[in-house]
Design a protein around this ligand. Sequence first.
Ligand code: SF4
Length: 261
Amino acid sequence: MPVASDTDGLDGTADRDSESADGDLPVNELFCSLQGEGRLSGVPSVFVRTSGCNLRCWFCDSYHTSWEPTGEWYGVADLVAAVGEYDADHVVLTGGEPLVHESSVDLLEELAARGYHTTVETNGTIYRDAPIDLASVSPKLDSSTPTPDRDPKGDGEWADRHADRRLDVETLARFVEAYDTQLKFVVTGPEDMAEIEGLVGRVRRAADVPVPDSAVLLMPEGRTREQLDETRRVVADLALEHGYRYTPRLHVDLWNDAPGT
Ligand code: SF4
């Protein structure tokens, strides 16, 4: 069944969950590639990209899971079988926001039972208890807000809702405490650093485990090689200056904005 943009909840207009009655997951794409971002950059991985998100970043690089969510509904068993067709032992559950879906936990449990290493790429606003080997949490900064001049639909309709939802320090602290976590920030320029420093400090105070600088990753904003040419070096210099880690967008460097990478 196609996942239409007006399906209840998938476009974020209804609150959070958008489950089918039988626990299926809306999936936008499933493919094998090299992990392009974060600590596991370069590791062959199967990507399961769910559709639907509770935020609307103006720069979203998976537009068809957020602004216009599309996909097909699949049962967890079918997804595990599809993952098994590839020769990879790492699985990345991404989106959209995969943790808007309760059935993501079922999928993660089935993958863990088969010995897969799982990474969940999340915006860090919704916590779920699941077998996650690496939580790749990408808190959304003020600069992600789809103000009328940046909104891809041009109406600014999501600006307030996005701003209200984009950060929850207590939830971020839960991730840090429960999982091996990398905090991955999409950086548009030096003006983002004060907010990042402030937020890292708030998470450190809220969590009862340490958050080392090496767990804080700065990633340049940019969906194409040309856009990354503008931000890559600036963000690398910021990582060096602040003692954080730089992460490339390897898939963009290698394949530009080709789908399925
Ligand atoms: S949280 Fe992620 S998937 Fe959702 S709109 Fe932002 S970048 Fe896109």
